[in-house]
Ligand binder design. Structure first.
Ligand SMILES: [Zn+2]
Length: 222
């Protein structure tokens, strides 16, 4: 196993503990994956994983059509969703799916989070839309989610939860945390007469600034 794969598996374990400890999921819910640059394979958390008991050898590696390449356990039941996003978004290398409370409240109300606060639009590239409902783990859910995600970095799944995507696991964790915060702000703003939205041009400027700064931090343009 290459050092890079061992490192990615360790990052998945650490991120799993983070989403549990930060209250973004309860119990064994949610799932996390990362794309392995060398092979295009996906390293993903196993089905029903206990994040505190999870170790690097529990991580499952599948190819880009979901055939298992490595690991004893069954991959997450939301694997089709992860694969569908990677298939159409070459810019995305890490995905985190959570069931955090305020984002889920928006998801059950089928209420998109509008582009209303600067950190959200910088990291997501706009507001957060709601994908049409489909049963968990199905190809239909994967398809609906890809459509609603479009070219942004986060999407709500109706009556279910949140998906955050990024170039790294660290950034994907920031996405799901910032969307959860934005969902909470959105609800409070609605109690004060509703949020005033950012305009499209300013959203585009802020997103571009964030991406360029991120690329600089990564050591160059990609
Ligand atoms: Zn879920």
């Amino acid at each position: 196993m290459s050092d890079n794969i061992a490192d990615l598996k360790e990052q998945l374990v650490v991120t799993g503990r983070s989403i549990l400890d930060r209250g973004l999921v309860a119990g064994t819910w949610g799932n996390i994956s990362v794309r392995i640059a060398e092979s295009g394979n996906i390293a993903i958390t196993p089905s029903g994983c206990d994040y505190h008991a999870l170790s690097a050898q529990d991580i499952v590696i599948v190819n880009n059509i979901g055939i298992k390449e490595e690991g004893e356990l069954i991959p997450s039941s939301e694997m089709p969703l992860h694969l569908a996003i990677y298939a159409v978004r070459s810019d995305i290398q890490a995905i985190i799916h959570t069931h955090s409370i305020f984002a889920s409240a928006c998801a059950v109300a089928h209420c998109a989070i509008p582009p209303m606060i600067e950190d959200l639009v910088q990291i997501v590239g706009g507001g957060v839309e709601v994908a049409e409902y489909a049963l968990p783990g199905t190809d239909e859910l994967a398809k609906n989610t890809v459509i609603a995600l479009a070219d942004r970095q986060a999407v709500l799944m109706a009556n279910h939860g949140l998906v955050g995507c990024a170039k790294t696991l660290r950034e994907a964790l920031m996405v799901v945390e910032l969307v959860e915060k934005a969902a909470q702000i959105f609800m409070y703003a609605n109690m004060l007469g509703g949020p005033k939205l950012l305009n499209k041009e300013d959203v585009a400027i802020m997103r571009r600034f964030f991406v360029e700064q991120y690329q600089l931090r990564q050591g160059g343009r990609t």
